[in-house]
Design a protein around this ligand. Structure first.
Ligand SMILES: NC(=O)c1ccc[n+]([C@@H]2O[C@H](COP(=O)([O-])OP(=O)(O)OC[C@H]3O[C@@H](n4cnc5c(N)ncnc54)[C@H](OP(=O)(O)O)[C@@H]3O)[C@@H](O)[C@H]2O)c1
Length: 348
């Protein structure tokens, strides 16, 4: 057997024996803080003047995405989903806050993940003010975890001269570290119970280690069938440093494949032939459930986006595990899935 597949199998067996509905956050997190395995994405719900899933995607509340976001979040919470994946750059924070309030759930029952940055400025001052504004817009007093959305931002002007890409004082690494300093302060002030990053590679994480600052609890990156192989080194590095690797776009954004963009892969992960054959052996599981189960078996939680109550029900772990007996009994068959997928070459 190939040596890499052996190491994956070992991590898989460890993950199988530790199956739970939550992952416990470490590093810059509250002691024993638990994050639900599956969350709902809150970006990309389409504009009201277009049908959901049409192109171009709409991530902005100002363009009319709000109603779709409110419907999706309320449906998810009413069905029993408890984690929400939000970001200020999705510009849906107001709708997410409204949906949380309308759900009638106590605040502490919801695990709210937020992000600053991306299209918004990075840097110490800008991060602190963006974060406080987020709390106001969502009408909440704290979030469960906040992530620095991207390792860089094109935003200009910025308060911090290190972070303005249009100034000669721009210092990419210095900017990341001053941004992270603000995150640590937000965490220590109890405004965010944990802090993390998104789209960081190993060298970005190493900068924080070298600076001897508290390490992120989470690193959120794209992880789906067709890019998983390229994320394995990052996953191992994160595990070594107690950072939870959290998958976004776990289904490979199947609705993108409806759009006329030539550089995207031609096929959707959901119709991958290996996946379909494994799904057939696990009826009544769906391809999407198998993908999330496979990610979870690797120790990777995820947050798919969906407007469909049927799809959401399939993601809520209690249902998800009982549908096809994820716990323990399917570990052997899933190991085949892991190996097949690891060596699978995406269609060109
Ligand atoms: N940190 C970052 O930089 C970053 C970047 C991108 C995304 N994200 C986060 O990740 C979330 C999800 O990623 P994404 O929106 O890019 O893509 P995704 O979750 O991979 O794909 C969403 C698409 O999958 C479909 N779908 C969901 N469940 C399905 C099922 N069971 N069967 C068939 N189709 C299904 C949805 O349609 P239906 O509505 O019909 O279910 C929707 O068209 C975002 O909303 C956002 O919160 C983070």
């Amino acid at each position: 057997m190939h040596p890499i597949s052996v190491s994956i199998l070992i991590s898989y067996i460890v993950a199988c024996s530790a199956q739970d509905q939550y992952v416990v956050l470490k590093n810059a997190a509250s002691p024993g803080q638990r994050m639900p395995a599956v969350g709902l994405g809150t970006g990309g719900y389409g504009a009201t003047h277009n049908s959901y899933g049409s192109y171009p995607e709409c991530w902005m509340e100002i363009a009319g995405c709000g109603n779709y976001t409110i419907t999706a979040v309320k449906t998810w919470l009413n069905l029993g989903g408890r984690r929400l994946d939000a970001a200020d750059s999705y510009d849906t924070q107001f709708s997410v806050g409204v949906a949380m309030a309308q759900s009638g759930l106590p605040r502490e029952e919801i695990f709210l993940l937020q992000k600053t940055g991306n299209w918004n400025p990075m840097g110490y001052e800008d991060t602190l003010s963006q974060f406080d504004f987020l709390l106001q817009q969502m009408n909440v007093s704290y979030v469960d975890i906040t992530l620095n959305h991207w390792p860089t931002s094109p935003a200009s002007p910025t308060v911090d001269p290190l972070c303005d890409p249009k100034k000669s004082s721009y210092d990419e690494k210095g900017c990341r570290l001053s941004t992270w300093k603000a995150y640590v302060e937000i965490w220590k002030a109890g405004k965010s119970l944990a802090i993390g990053v998104a789209n960081y590679n190993i060298s970005h994480l190493q900068e924080i280690i070298d600076a001897k600052m508290p390490l992120p609890a989470v690193n959120q990156v794209p992880m789906h069938l067709y890019n998983a192989q390229s994320q394995m080194e990052l996953l191992a590095f994160c595990k070594l440093n107690n950072i939870v690797l959290l998958s976004y776009s776990p289904l490979g954004i199947p609705d993108w494949h409806k759009f006329p963009i030539s550089h995207l892969p031609a096929a959707s992960t959901l119709s991958d032939p290996v996946l379909l054959s494994i799904t057939a052996a696990h009826a009544p599981a769906t391809p999407a459930q198998i993908i999330l189960a496979w990610l979870w078996a690797l120790g990777v939680p995820s947050n798919p986006r969906s407007m469909s109550a049927t799809h959401m029900v399939g993601y809520i772990y209690r249902t998800f595990s009982s549908v096809y007996g994820l716990r323990h009994s399917t570990c052997d068959t899933h190991s085949q899935l892991l190996i097949s997928l690891y060596f699978f070459h995406p269609p060109g």
